[in-house]
Design a protein around this ligand. Structure first.
Ligand SMILES: *[C@@H]1O[C@H](CO)[C@@H](O)[C@H](O)[C@H]1NC(C)=O
Ligand SMILES: *[C@@H]1O[C@H](CO)[C@@H](O)[C@H](O)[C@H]1NC(C)=O
Ligand SMILES: *[C@@H]1O[C@H](CO)[C@@H](O)[C@H](O)[C@H]1NC(C)=O
Length: 324
């Protein structure tokens, strides 16, 4: 508990006193919040019960779940490959999660998802449990990653009507939409290719001819909407620089998340030119870890676009021999 408040204090330290720290608000939210479950991880996959699956669905935009039977050799092999796929995608990458369900134990889940044989691999999108996407015939780690990235890219929302866009962007904190002359040409293909690495963000595409001049888009462009307002627009008019432009438009929006500070991500700090970082050290193996992260993320929400502009909240995992 001490550590928990320590982390919130750490965040609070950057708020000028006059600004008013929304402390009461955070505490109220805290009281209402159910305690998160501590999910055990084996071979990079969270071991999921019915409650664990519900929790993960709530927290993860893309959730890959392996329904497996521990006594089947094929299941064990796929679990191992999926574990390797996690390493390739990046452990604790925001927006994507990996779990497994033991079909010999979780009978209710088998019934709900109509699991008759193991292994079965399913991808859930935005917490929707009614129609997960089946991943069939893919058995090798690198191929699983290719499959997953393609799904992420295909989940860009395709708009055909500007009213639809206006409604959609109002309901989401952040949406990045590519407008293209031709959705099958080079610039659009590049857009789909780039966004597959950003499962945490919401993307859409629209053909310029369908926009009828709304949003003032004439040339291939990418527009960023925040709560319904256009906050950035960039034209994609030079094949040799489009990729850079897209990355420059997209990456700054990763700062709204808590990012694990690890060898893979540490470069991001410099890339985003973030001046202030706050680093929380926490042991992933501690039972209180899920709760600490829940509070830390809550703190991010409170500060986003308010006080610490350009601040990135990070967490480092501490894999010492002793748990906290
Ligand atoms: C997750 O749970 C919280 C609180 O229990 C709820 O407010 C939120 O809408 C849920 N999010 C999703 C994506 O289901
Ligand atoms: C879940 O997905 C199905 C199929 O795509 C859709 O019909 C349904 O409305 C979705 N449910 C929610 C709550 O979004
Ligand atoms: C495209 O960008 C490259 C690299 O910056 C530049 O050399 C080239 O002149 C640009 N082309 C056009 C048509 O602007």
């Amino acid at each position: 508990m001490e550590l928990l408040w320590g982390s919130l204090l750490l965040v609070a330290a950057c708020v000028p006193a006059a600004q008013g720290w929304p402390e009461d608000h955070v505490k109220d939210a805290d009281l209402d919040m159910p305690q998160p479950l501590h999910l055990v991880e084996e071979g990079n996959l969270k071991v999921l019960t019915a409650a664990g699956l519900t929790q993960m669905l709530n927290q993860t935009r893309f959730l890959m779940v392996l329904f497996h039977n521990p006594s089947s050799k094929q299941s064990r092999k796929l679990a191992k490959e999926l574990g390797k796929a996690v390493e390739i995608v990046g452990k604790n990458k925001n927006g994507v999660g990996f779990g497994r369900v033991d079909i010999t134990v979780e009978k209710e889940l088998c019934k709900e998802f109509d699991i008759e044989k193991a292994p079965e691999l399913k991808l859930f999108f935005e917490g929707n449990r009614t129609e997960p996407i089946n991943c069939e015939g893919v058995v090798e780690a690198a191929a699983l990653v290719v499959w997953l990235r393609r799904q992420i890219s295909q989940k860009a929302f395709l708009f055909t009507d500007t009213e639809q866009v206006a409604e959609f962007v109002k309901t989401r904190p952040l949406v990045i939409i590519g407008f293209f002359q031709d959705l099958e040409e080079e610039a659009a293909e590049l857009f789909f290719d780039v966004i597959k690495d950003f499962p945490e963000l919401t993307f859409g595409v629209m053909s310029i001819s369908n926009a009828f001049g709304r949003f003032h888009v004439i040339l291939d462009s990418v527009l960023v909407f925040s709560k319904g307002n256009i906050v950035n627009r960039q034209e994609l008019i030079n094949d040799s620089t489009n990729k850079n432009v897209l990355n420059q438009v997209i990456k700054p929006h990763l700062t709204g998340f808590v990012i694990e500070y690890n060898t893979e991500n540490k470069g991001l700090i410099y890339e985003l030119q973030v001046m202030n970082h706050m680093l929380l050290f926490a042991s992933k193996r501690a039972r209180s870890f899920a709760m600490i992260m829940q509070h830390y993320k809550l703190a991010v929400k409170e500060f986003q676009n308010k006080v610490c502009e350009g601040t990135i909240l990070l967490w480092g995992s501490w894999m010492g021999s002793r748990d906290l």
